[in-house]
Design a protein around this ligand. Structure first.
Ligand SMILES: NC(=O)c1ccc[n+]([C@@H]2O[C@H](COP(=O)([O-])OP(=O)(O)OC[C@H]3O[C@@H](n4cnc5c(N)ncnc54)[C@H](OP(=O)(O)O)[C@@H]3O)[C@@H](O)[C@H]2O)c1
Length: 357
């Protein structure tokens, strides 16, 4: 198959390219700077066990009308949409342009080529109580007060929610073959632990090591669900290439321990003392409202939403995985490998600060 991919150079995208090209699928990556980005991406794909020469590129940008793509693009068999601005403190306009308008343009492209769209949203779309708290009570995007959602959730999360709800509505209206993959917070590779320093889990490990995590945010019921990046990539590849995938795949390991347990496993791997006492999220959120605090604590208030108490129904995804003979790597191994990789990375490069998101 030929798969058009946005966000191919990103943390998840690289693994998806490696996974698909291992099976000899051809990739057409939508890149903003193909001349410089394609050679690097090919090398990364090779290093991950994929076939770099199966990766090709076309110049495009989610921020441009029609994605800035050439007029006569060969029709792909499926489109995987991973590209997004993924950062805290995004202003609404910027977040909307890339994450919402960009997603709608990708959906229009899938419609134009009459091909499947594999749309990457996020696991918070399955947290109904959270959506209600934000004011999202309808599947109709016109019934939602988006200004309020952006104010409460911040630019990144709000734009991801708006994109998913608008693309779902468009897909339903136009009969688009769409599969939505909803990842939890993405962990490192299940064996090597490799994790980009821009990933939220990297920031968490960094905070643990630098003593910014003396207490566990939330209560014993709070958790930060994880999924290993290589496992997620396999799921996304299956969503794009098999006929029997369900319309929504929740990529989340329900066996992820509570946050205290996660930090204890990571601290063990890092040779650090694990925090034992809890700090209620309301107090942490209040602290983070003090100017300068988020930077000092390397934690942004909007990131706290992802630490929550809700448990999710993963039965549909688990049945599909079983059908496809895909089993999750043990989550303790993913946490341990990610922590060891973080330690080796910091030991080698001594970054002054982790990316704050
Ligand atoms: N990582 C997680 O924990 C997580 C969890 C849930 C959902 N997700 C979703 O998964 C997707 C991928 O995440 P990731 O962790 O791989 O993110 P990432 O490492 O930050 O990668 C983002 C990708 O988007 C591309 N991109 C950004 N702006 C673009 C634009 N204007 N035009 C074209 N491409 C653009 C980037 O290209 P450049 O290389 O050119 O910058 C990069 O390839 C996102 O949609 C994210 O919301 C991630």
């Amino acid at each position: 198959m030929t798969l058009l991919i946005t966000g191919a150079t990103g943390f998840i995208g690289r693994h998806v390219c490696a996974q698909l090209t291992r099976d000899q699928h051809q990739i057409c990556a939508v890149l903003r700077q193909p001349q410089t980005q394609l050679p690097v991406l090919r090398e990364q794909v090779e290093a991950l066990g994929g076939a770099g020469d199966c990766v090709h590129a076309v110049k495009g940008d989610l921020d441009l009308p029609g994605l800035g793509l050439p007029d006569h693009l060969p029709a792909p068999d499926a489109i995987i949409h991973l590209g997004a601005r993924f950062a805290w403190q995004l202003d609404r306009q910027t977040a909307y342009r890339t994450n919402v308008a960009g997603s709608l343009a990708v959906a229009a492209l899938a419609r134009h080529h009459k091909c499947r769209l594999v749309f990457i949203s996020g696991f918070m779309l399955e947290n109904t109580a959270h959506l209600h708290r934000l004011g999202i009570r309808s599947d109709d995007p016109e019934q939602v007060d988006w200004q309020r959602v952006y104010r409460r959730a911040g630019g990144y999360e709000a734009s991801k929610l708006e994109a998913a709800i608008r693309v779902r509505a468009l897909a339903a209206r136009q009969g688009l073959d769409m599969i939505e993959v909803q990842p939890a917070t993405v962990g490192g590779h299940s064996v090597t632990g490799a994790l980009d320093n821009t990933q939220p889990l990297f920031a968490l490990l960094d905070n643990l090591v630098r003593g910014r995590m003396a207490m566990v945010p939330g209560s014993p019921a709070h958790w930060l669900p994880l999924v290993a990046v290589d496992h997620l990539a396999k799921l996304i590849a299956l969503a794009a290439t098999t006929d029997n995938a369900p319309p929504r795949l929740l990529a989340l390991d329900p066996a992820t321990p509570n946050l205290r347990g996660l930090l204890a496993i990571a601290a063990g791997a890092l040779g650090r003392r694990a925090p034992r006492h809890h700090l209620p999220l309301s107090i942490l959120a209040a602290l983070l409202r003090i100017p300068g605090m988020p930077r000092l604590m390397n934690t942004w208030p909007e990131a706290l939403h992802f630490i929550q108490q809700t448990r999710f129904d993963t039965s549909v995804t688990e049945a599909f995985k079983q059908n496809m003979r895909l089993s999750s790597p043990p989550v303790e191994d993913v946490i341990t490998a990610s922590a060891r990789w973080y330690q080796a990375y910091v030991g080698n490069t001594k970054p002054t600060t982790s990316a704050a998101r």
